[in-house]
Design a protein around this ligand. Structure first.
Ligand SMILES: *Cc1c(COP(=O)(O)O)cnc(C)c1O
Length: 222
């Protein structure tokens, strides 16, 4: 077993234990967050059978993934970082899932590119559950209206919600809030939980967790 495979087995076991404790069935899909990781690390993950990956920058993903996607057509690539409308064309072309839909301008750009390219990535709306000024995501009290706008005005299929809780607060209330907003909008998917808190995410109903360092080790060129 390579290091990634060992880490993946540990994360899977921790999720299974967390689900059992919460009396939940799952499944919880593990998105391996590969931002800043070298190609060698990506190959290790692919060799371990991992196929679902997350990147937070369009340009970086464009440099890393197309060749690997050609070789492994079953790779599923999630965009988990903020999206600018001038990158919408690249994002729609490369990503299978865009988790950072958070404002009308971006939603319109995605809708337009989806038509133009005849490619429909799966979409999540990012919610800024802590209403932090510097953080991406729609504010919680505007989420219902925004989801409705995406669906009814733009014809976009929204699959679920994503959040990144404030770094200095316990994540559970934020995950619970995200679950509540998803439920009242009839959204089945919840992307919540990172290396430090994916078990809590799983216990509170995550369908997807985004795990970077717990799988790949430290970031930063390493
Ligand atoms: C980097 C990142 C992650 C993974 O973070 P780790 O703490 O390394 O697991 C998850 N979600 C988003 C949006 C990220 O940018």
């Amino acid at each position: 077993m390579n290091a990634f495979a060992e880490n993946l087995a540990a994360v899977e076991a921790a999720i299974a234990a967390a689900l059992k404790e919460a009396g939940r069935a799952g499944p919880v899909e593990i998105i391996a967050v590969s931002k800043t990781q070298r190609e060698e690390k990506l190959r290790e993950a692919l060799a371990a059978g991992q196929r679902v990956f997350g990147e937070n920058r369009v340009q970086e993903a464009k440099a890393k993934w197309p060749a690997l996607k050609d070789r492994h057509p079953d790779i599923v690539l999630h965009l988990i970082g903020p999206l600018q409308s001038n990158k919408a064309a690249d994002a729609v072309a490369l990503f299978d899932v865009i988790q950072s839909v958070d404002r009308a301008k971006i939603a319109r750009a995605i809708a337009e590119e989806s038509r133009r390219q005849n490619r429909r990535p799966r979409l999540f709306v990012q919610v800024n559950t802590g209403a932090e000024p510097q953080k991406a995501g729609i504010e919680p009290d505007k989420a219902d209206k925004f989801v409705k706008y995406c669906r009814d005005e733009l014809g976009l299929g929204i699959e679920g919600l994503m959040c990144i809780p404030p770094a200095d607060e316990p994540p559970a209330p934020h995950f619970a809030l995200l679950e509540k907003i998803a439920r009242r909008n009839g959204l089945p998917a919840l992307s919540m939980g990172m290396s430090a808190d994916y078990e809590i995410g799983a216990q509170l109903g995550a369908s997807h967790v985004r795990v970077g360092t717990a799988l790949f080790g430290a970031r930063g060129g390493g």
